[in-house]
Ligand binder design. Sequence first.
Ligand SMILES: N[C@@H](Cc1c[nH]cn1)C(=O)NCC(=O)O
Length: 460
Amino acid sequence: MTEKIRETLRDSKKARWTALALASFTMMCGYFFADVMSPLKGLLEGQIGWTSSDYGTFTSAYGWFNVFLLMLIFGGIILDKVGVRITGFGAALIMVIGTAIQYWAISSTTLQGSSIWGIKSQVFFASIGYATFAVGVEVAGITVTKVIYKWFQGKELALAMGLQVALARVGTAFALAFSVPIAKITGVADVSRSVLVGLIALCIGLLAFVVYIFIDKKLDQSIADAKPDNLEEEEFKISDIRKIVTNKGWWFIAILCVLFYSAVFPFLKYATDLMVNKFGVEMDLAGLIPSLLPFGTILLTPLFGNIYDRMGKGASIMIWGSVLLIVVHLLFAVPFLNNWAIAILLVIMLGIAFSLVPSAMWPSVTKIVPERQLGTAMALIFWVQNWGLMGVPLLIGWVLDKYCITGQTVRDGLMVNTYDYTLPMLIFAGFGFLAVLFAFLLKIEDRKKGYGLEKPNYIR
Ligand SMILES: N[C@@H](Cc1c[nH]cn1)C(=O)NCC(=O)O
């Protein structure tokens, strides 16, 4: 007698893609807000008198609570203990609260003129708001990975994760492209207007997650109904943290993650300045070339995810992405390659690398740790990654000031330093070399342990 396999809600295409759309929309709003201030640096200086250091303090606040107060790790443990519904709702709510604090700080006139611990009050409270938001967006990120695994395991897992990352990049691209026009929409520049748009978007993102909660409950019900023997799944225990951090495969992914992302996100923070100093692009246009990066990844990340689902080769995809990263940064370092068309080509190549690695990395985590440990494992990876995202921009800034000043020039009526970017680009290429090494180690470990990273995700 053939036993009929009972279907659950995840077998309904409509239900699982709706679930993905809702959770990804919340993340897209988060990514929009994460970068909404990035193009406003000049306006912040002109409108509310922030200096470059004020802006630097504010930007670094992203890691304050996540890294030093270990909020990300607590978020991961909570996720594995109480599940995606409560954690996701809490994360989305924290994003809204952080954003509201930041909006209040940026739009308030009462904070101007005073300081707290040597930091301008307005910068201080905007940073507290941003640090709070960052806890929400990072915990939401790990929650959404678990959400996608819950719905898409054995199905289009990497495609779904790729689509989620692609929608997140749409959020980044919107922030880079529209933040300044929004601030200037009435003709009078007001930076708080862009922050307000981000706040409204996040409120809608919170509502989208509330709708998701209802579908998630139905999924759990359908899973319970489909399990005739009602076997209890093993629960996450604090001792599982030891299992995660003693897992070599997990370490290889975490180190690959920090190395790879340290050569992409911090590079983007200096890319506009690189365009001006090396490629001679006008200040006003220089941001356009790096802003091409997220656009390419929107199409390519799901495409590579789909390839991983159908053909496997996850570890190899990560190796190729890291090799491409080295090529790009080495070519950026070559002094005589200084035509802006080459810069565009290299950013496009970087976009391909930035699609290859994430499309394979995040689905691969689900093959290395069991589902009950996924939240904590992802949180620990993001925690390691956040050290790099915080430290590498500081390292590059220090290297530029100490070794790379070539002279001075007048730009926009201000005397500024000129820089030779060869050394910073070689440092980024160095991260790429190490990333390739760890991607190879991961592939070897996969062969030893049989994680199945080179196998397709799709089970027909
Ligand atoms: N931990 C995040 C980093 C991030 C950047 N902006 C918002 N969050 C991460 O690595 N996400 C995965 C990705 O590929 O963006």
